[in-house]
Design a protein around this ligand. Structure first.
Ligand code: DGL
Length: 350
């Protein structure tokens, strides 16, 4: 009888080991955001982001354990309006170690939605692996009626373990949709369906625990990116100036006086700017501060040498990147070169 009990225990232990070892290893890195937010009451829209820890988020979605061997770590616990270069560098380095040195099959990052698109694009250019890296957040706090965070987290893990997601670059998983890092944009201040994929649309969707891919990103990313932050402990300083009728040149002048390395213009229309701002931009470029023209328009490219003679002034046109993503690429481009023509090539490739 004793031997039978020992045999049964051994089989059970083996089953557990096989079941765990058979599942992909997914690491969840938590950074805060509304997904970790707490509201005064479940019906209240008043809440504070970045209050709940990663293990609480994981424990709220036990169904994930059927998909993967899930574990978590807390990098920071902030509202993503406070996301910064220091966290970006820590996050990129940690993702690379998890995927390239610690044997994880995928990384999911919980993140606030306000700057999720910027972090996703930064990681798209700095992660050195073709394994899935997927950001998930929520528009309702964890304590809200019909909180959307648990489903977004479950779907992100489901996508992370889907065989057809490898090599897609960094993705965002929100509201059952998969969006690629270059085109994802937050379009609505409070709606759960806030993220869109720009003119090219979403990359795919997650349904019933499976990822369905509709298209593949055609820009350079991850293992094909030249940008490497492994040895970096700071990033070039790049600011954004908003364009509007009768715009003041003071914000751009302030960046010049503060010796910023680059300035992105969220210009009107096809990246145009008010004459007083234009004059400061030309002086800045001549002082070696790289100017990139983007647009405040939510869709459409900022075209090279169209209404503005970029070749004459050595400006860079952001093409398909909105101002906040043009800033990310310019920061990383300036770690490689200060040549405006080389930087323009990066905007054509990434
Ligand atoms: N504080 C905002 C942030 O962390 C809340 C938005 C959200 O996460 O949905 O991005």
């Amino acid at each position: 009888m004793k031997h039978l009990k020992l045999f049964t225990l051994a089989v059970a232990a083996l089953a557990v080991c096989l079941s765990v070892s058979a599942k992909p290893k997914v690491r969840i890195i938590a950074t805060g955001g509304t997904i970790a937010g707490v509201s005064a009451t479940s019906a209240s829209s008043a809440y504070t982001a970045g209050q709940v820890g990663i293990q609480t988020l994981i424990d709220a979605v036990p169904q994930m354990l059927f998909l993967a061997d899930v574990s978590g770590e807390q990098l920071v616990n902030i509202g993503s309006q406070d996301m910064n270069d220091e966290v970006w560098l820590k996050l990129a380095k940690r993702v690379n170690v998890l995927l390239n040195e610690e044997g994880y099959d995928a990384v999911v990052i919980t993140h606030g939605t306000d700057t999720m698109e910027e972090t996703a694009y930064f990681l798209n250019l700095t992660v050195k692996s073709d394994k899935p890296v997927i950001l998930a957040g929520s528009m309702r706090p964890s304590t809200a009626i019909s909180a959307d965070g648990p489903a977004n987290l479950y779907n992100a893990v489901a996508a992370a373990v889907s065989p057809n997601v490898k090599g897609m670059g960094v993705l965002c998983c929100m509201n059952n949709q998969l969006l690629d890092a270059k085109t994802v944009i937050k379009t609505h201040t409070i709606d759960c369906d806030t993220f869109e994929g720009g003119p090219s649309g979403i990359i795919g969707y997650v349904y019933n625990g499976e990822a369905h891919i509709l298209q593949t990103p055609n820009n350079k990313h991850t293992v094909n990116s030249v940008f490497d932050v492994t040895q970096m402990d700071k990033l070039p300083k790049v600011g954004i100036v908003y364009g509007y009728a009768n715009a003041s040149p003071l914000p751009m002048q302030a960046f010049v006086d503060a010796k910023f390395d680059g300035i992105v213009l969220a210009g009107v229309g096809d990246g145009n700017f008010y004459k007083d701002v234009f004059d400061v931009a030309v002086k800045a470029q001549n002082q070696g501060i790289q100017i990139v023209r983007s647009s405040r328009c939510p869709t459409g490219p900022t075209c090279l040498n169209s209404e503005v003679d970029d070749a004459k002034y050595h400006f860079v046109a952001a093409l398909d990147l909105n101002p906040q993503k043009a800033r990310v690429l310019l920061m990383l481009a300036l770690t490689q070169t200060h040549d405006w023509q080389e930087i323009q090539k990066f905007f054509m490739e990434y």
